[in-house]
Design a binder for this molecule. Structure first.
Ligand code: FUB
Length: 327
């Protein structure tokens, strides 16, 4: 399967259907001299482009709407514009993005625009109480909006084990809980205020349960534990929470009956692609379901130079997602 975008490296695609077109909000990967490490310092992105296409079958030429936000536009950001997402609510478009602040701590920002392709004007401060990476917004059918986030290792989620507002720098770097009986850290969620600029409540930890025990997935269960790349979609009354397992390189999902979870592990969506990271979104377009993801084929396997792809996904009669192989 060919990459959707070949004139730039793009990753972490968040896809949404706005005004009858599919809009893609990816990270913009770039070359760097920074030494590769497990903290992800080589993912040194500095701006965002927005892309769109009117058709997925076949994929019509993808339009690059150009740069919509850059590091120097955002007063609180020092570096690393990582995986973004977008939302539409009450006539406005919102771009959510993680980045390191001037103390080197990841926070999540919001920018607002009148059009899906931007431009987006950022708030001067990050969302109060936000931390870690990979924001994913979800506007429910009742028009309530939620922001999911979190990522291990370089994403710093493990630094908040003592509380939402306590950053423990001793857990910085490629670390996470482990050992007999230790539970995996859960992704985070908070309902957003009606204007989408702040959290409307205390950030909550989401539980992802093992179906065979009904208990939280264990920290050492790296094939199934949450690592990063949260995404939520709803099919009928079922909420699907999907994510990357990080160092085991799967896209996995869990299901529940509330946007807050708990979610019960359901299986894999995509087997490992070429490249260390895997990150995705799932969107319904013209009655079919599509998985946007990335791999490193275009760069010949360079982990931080990724390219966005799309493939159709399918559900079985019980609503389980059929596992796909990379193409
Ligand atoms: O693109 C930078 C980081 O790599 C993202 O935030 C993670 O999800 C991983 O894809």
């Amino acid at each position: 399967m060919a990459p959707l975008i070949t004139h730039l490296y793009t990753a972490d695609p968040s896809a949404h259907v706005f005004e009858g077109r599919v809009y893609i909000y990816p990270s913009h990967d770039r070359e760097t001299d920074i030494q590769f490490n497990d903290n992800g310092d080589q993912y040194d992105m500095a701006d965002y482009h927005v892309f769109s296409t009117p058709s997925l079958d076949p994929v019509a030429p993808v339009t690059d709407h150009g740069v919509v936000l850059r590091t120097e536009d955002i007063p609180w950001v020092s570096k690393q514009l990582w995986a973004p997402d977008a939302a539409f609510k009450d006539g406005k478009y919102y771009l959510f993005f993680p980045a390191r602040d001037h103390a080197g701590v990841f926070r999540i920002g919001v920018a607002v625009g009148d059009r899906p392709e931007g431009p987006f004007a950022p708030d001067p401060e990050p969302i109060a109480g936000s931390y870690s990476i990979d924001p994913a917004s979800f506007v429910d059918t009742d028009n309530e909006a939620y922001l999911y986030f979190g990522g291990l290792w370089g994403g710093q989620l493990q630094c908040y084990q003592k509380g939402n507002d306590i950053f423990d720098a001793s857990w910085g770097g490629p670390k996470e809980p482990s050992g007999a009986g230790a539970y995996a850290l859960g992704p985070r969620v908070a309902r957003l205020t009606p204007d989408m600029h702040q959290f409307a409540e205390e950030v909550r930890e989401i539980e992802i349960l093992a179906p065979e025990t009904g208990e939280r997935i264990l920290a050492d269960d790296h094939d199934r534990r949450f690592f990063e790349a949260a995404w939520v979609h709803k099919r009928g009354d079922v909420y699907y929470f999907s994510y990357s397992t990080g160092d085991t390189h799967y896209l996995a999902y869990a299901t529940g009956s509330s946007p807050y979870g708990p979610f019960t592990y359901g299986g894999r969506i995509l087997e490992p692609v070429l490249g260390w990271t895997t990150h995705h979104s799932i969107v319904e377009f013209e009655g079919r379901w599509w998985l946007f993801h990335h791999d490193c084929e275009l760069s010949g396997g360079v982990n931080h130079l990724r390219s966005v792809k799309v493939k159709e996904i399918f559900y079985d009669a019980e609503g389980k997602i059929v596992t796909e192989k990379p193409e």
